[in-house]
Write a protein that binds this ligand. Sequence first.
Ligand SMILES: Cc1ncc(COP(=O)(O)O)c(C=O)c1O
Length: 418
Amino acid sequence: MSSFNPRNKIATRTRLTEVRYEIRGELARRARELEGQGRSLIKLNIGNPGAFGFRAPEHLQQAIAGRIARTDPYTHQQGLPEAREAIAAFHKARGTPNASPERVFVGNGVSELIDISLRALLNPGEEVLVPSPDYPLWSAATILNDGRPVYYKCDRDNGFLPDPEQIESLVSSRTRAIVLINPNNPTGANYPREILERIVAIAQRYRLLLLVDEIYDHILYDGNTFQPVAPLAGDLPCLSFGGLSKVHRACGWRVGWAVLSGDPLASGDFHHAMDLLGALRLCANVPGQFAIEQALHGADTITPLCEPGGRLYETRKALIEACEASPHLSLVAPAGALYGFPQVVGDAARGFDDHEFALQMLEEEDVLIVPGTSFNVPYRNHFRVTLLPEAPVLREVFARIDRVLSRRADAPSRSAVA
Ligand SMILES: Cc1ncc(COP(=O)(O)O)c(C=O)c1O
C-alpha cells in the first residue's frame, strides 16, 4: 500500500477551477481511449485543417524551406522584421490607421497573443466584455490573468449578432476591453459594419480597448464580405488578431499576429507591456514567420475553397441541407469561419443535455462533437461541428445525429414515465 500522505498533494492555482477548454477536454480524452481500443471515430471537435487532409499552400511551404538556414537564431521579441513589414503593409492596405512594423506582435499562434494581451492589460478584478458564445480561450485567459469575463449575448434569434445596447448596459467602472470575434467561432456569424460602428462608439465613449479576433477574416461564404474593425476605430486603440492557422491551413506552424492601431500616445504603455511580455518569452517560433509575407501578399488560396465547388463550400452546403431536412435541428447558416452551431428542437429537445448527447454520439455512433455549453452559453441545446471534413463525411455524421435524436424524440417523456 502507498504511504503517500494526501496532505502532500501539490495544490494548483485556485482559479483554474473556473477555466475550461472542452474542445480538447473530457470527451476528447474518452475518444482517445476508444481509439486505443480500436474504434474508428469521426472527430469534428477541432478546427484543425491539417487533420482533415488539408495542406498549407505550396508557396508557403517553399518560403520556409528556402530559408531554413536562417531559422536557427532567436529573432526580435515582436517578430521577424520582414514578417512584421508584411503584416503592417497588409493592414495598411485595408485601412488600419497607424499600422507599422513597430506595432506588430508575432506570437506562437493567436492563442499566445490573447494571453499576452490580457496579461498586459488587466489588474485583478477588472472586467472584459466577452461574447457568449465565445471562443473559450478568451474567457480562460481573462480569468487566468485575474480578470472577470462579463458576457454579452449573441442570440440565435438575432442571427448570433451582438446587441450594442446590451454591450453598453454591461459597461462598469471596472471594464477595460471589448472582445469581438468576427467571423465568429462557434456560430459562423459575420458582423455587419453598422453593428461594428456602434460597438466602436461604445469603446470610444468609455475608453475601452478593442480586442478583435479576426483569425477567420477571409473565410466567408455566399458573397459575405468582411469588415475589419481597426479602420472603423480611427484613433481609438485597437488590437487586431490574425494568423496562419485557419485561412492558410497551417495550425501546427503556430504563427499568429496582433496589430496595434489608433493613436500611439493613447496606447504607448500598453505597447511597452506587450513588448516586455514578448521579450520574457524571447520570441515566437521562427520558421513559420518566413511564410507570412507569401501568405499575405502571394496567391489567394482560401477563396476558391469557399466558393461553389470548393471543399469548405460543399461541406457547409451539406450541413445546411442536413439541418433543413432534420425535424430535430435548426441552424443559423454560418456566413463565415469553419463551424456549424445547430440547435436541437422539438420533441428531441425535451430534457436535452448537450454534454450527455455528445457523450452518446461518441459511445454509440463513433462521432465526436463539442457541446454548446463549452462556449460559455447558459443554454444546453446546441452543439458545434467543424466544416473541415469532406461533404459525404458530414452527411454521414448528420445521419447518425438524426438517428440518435429520433430515438430521443420517440422516447416517452420523463413526466409521462413518472
Ligand atoms: C476565434 C479563434 N481565435 C484564436 C484561435 C487560436 O488560433 P491559433 O492557432 O492562431 O492559436 C482559434 C482556434 O481555433 C479561434 O477559433
